[in-house]
Write a protein that binds this ligand. Structure first.
Ligand code: ADP
Length: 357
């Protein structure tokens, strides 16, 4: 069942030359976690605010549970949409105790029922013992769980989370991603998460919507956007990507690092750029090898090598945690490409021009 649907939604601010959101259509199904992912200024928060009802679209419609909540002439106010918000700074009421913060959205319930409901939600987020504390007496992670409990308490159709982990330190952030995902799954919540961090999006979301300059470049599973990116921007944004020139000849894709099947259906003699990820390339020491190790970065669970090809191009290879090779070592490259992704050279040139601007 579709909980949220955006149909050709656009929004411009008078101060900006390009729209903050342009012609965006997507659906979020019941129980799904969607990550809105993109760099700063790509339109993620604008889209979240449009769904919440804090902004109105210039064009297009937004539907919640099949009902139009935003369209020309229709603007259901935020409090009537049944959306729960978790803000970057948690926005807890400092003068209210934890239990009162959580019960805040339940004012219409009789007080016994309200207290019981708030108590149940606090137990769910593991904060029963903290119900009488004030927000300033809690850690960042605990404050965040209170904010989530407060948003969940009225049983909203959808929970919107705006960069919810940005003020936590990295260790806490990883734990909270797990905790929040767990709570959202347990409650069967439908949620939209705004983040600029692809690892966060991958670890939490069922689907990812990649935004760039207000446009939706890909809406797919985390595996889909990583392994089969539709555009150079997506390829580059969701992980390390190197692009190697190639040409299609005799139905094959010929590149400096090897010859691959032309599964991408380019025409004969097409000039293309093959995308490779560090995990697509294995290294085999060989004094006769044409590639040369430049340096290594140890990352704990893996070693990350920079390798120079005979053409001078530098590519990256991730190797096992204990695979130590010295700088200057000559190696053969072994391709372990599971998904062949290549872009027309002109599209790649256009992308390079955009990022240089
Ligand atoms: P993100 O959340 O991805 O960082 P935003 O949605 O905040 O992106 O911003 C998208 C674009 O819209 C940016 O160019 C930003 O400057 C502009 N913008 C966002 N909010 C406003 C606003 N209230 N007034 C004018 N411009 C805005």
């Amino acid at each position: 069942m579709t909980v949220i649907e955006l149909v050709k939604v656009s929004k411009s601010y008078p101060t900006d030359k390009t729209p903050a959101a342009f012609d965006i259509s997507l659906k979020v199904e019941k129980g799904e976690i969607l990550a809105l992912l993109g760099p700063s200024g790509s339109g993620k928060t604008t889209l979240l605010r449009l769904i919440a009802g804090f902004e109105a679209p210039d064009e297009g419609s937004i539907l919640l549970n099949g009902n139009i909540v935003s369209e020309q002439g229709v603007a259901l106010p935020p409090e009537k949409r049944g959306v729960g918000m978790v803000f970057q700074d948690y926005a807890l009421f400092p003068h209210l105790r934890v239990s009162e913060n959580v019960a805040f959205g339940l004012k219409k319930m009789p007080s016994r029922e309200r207290n019981e409901k708030a108590g149940n939600i606090l137990a769910l987020v593991g904060l029963s013992d903290y119900k009488n504390r004030y927000p300033h007496e809690l850690s960042g992670g605990q404050q965040q769980r209170v904010a989530l409990a407060r948003a969940l308490a009225p049983g909203p159709a959808v929970i919107l989370l705006d960069e919810p982990f940005s003020s936590l330190d990295p260790d806490m952030c990883v734990r909270m991603r797990e905790d929040v995902t767990d709570i959202l799954r347990k409650t069967g919540s439908t949620a939209i998460l705004v983040t600029h961090d692809h690892e966060e999006a991958f670890s939490m979301a069922d689907r990812v919507a990649l935004l760039n300059h207000g446009r939706l470049e890909q809406h797919d599973t985390p595996e889909g956007v990583y392994h089969t990116p539709l555009t150079p921007f997506v390829a580059d944004f969701v992980g390390k990507a190197d692009f190697i020139p190639g040409v299609v000849q005799g139905g094959k894709l010929i590149t400096e690092i090897g010859c691959l099947e032309n599964k991408t259906l380019f025409h004969e003699d097409a000039e293309v750029m093959l995308m490779i990820r560090p995990d697509d390339i294995d290294l085999r020491p060989n004094p006769e090898g044409h590639a040369r190790i430049l340096d290594r970065q140890f990352r704990g669970s893996e070693n990350h090598y920079r390798v120079q090809l005979p053409s001078g191009q530098i590519i990256h290879s991730s190797q096992h945690s204990v695979a130590y090779y010295p700088n200057e070592l000559h190696v053969d490259l072994q391709l372990q490409i599971t998904h062949i992704v290549a872009f027309d050279k002109s599209i790649m040139d256009q992308y390079y021009n955009e990022i240089r601007e």
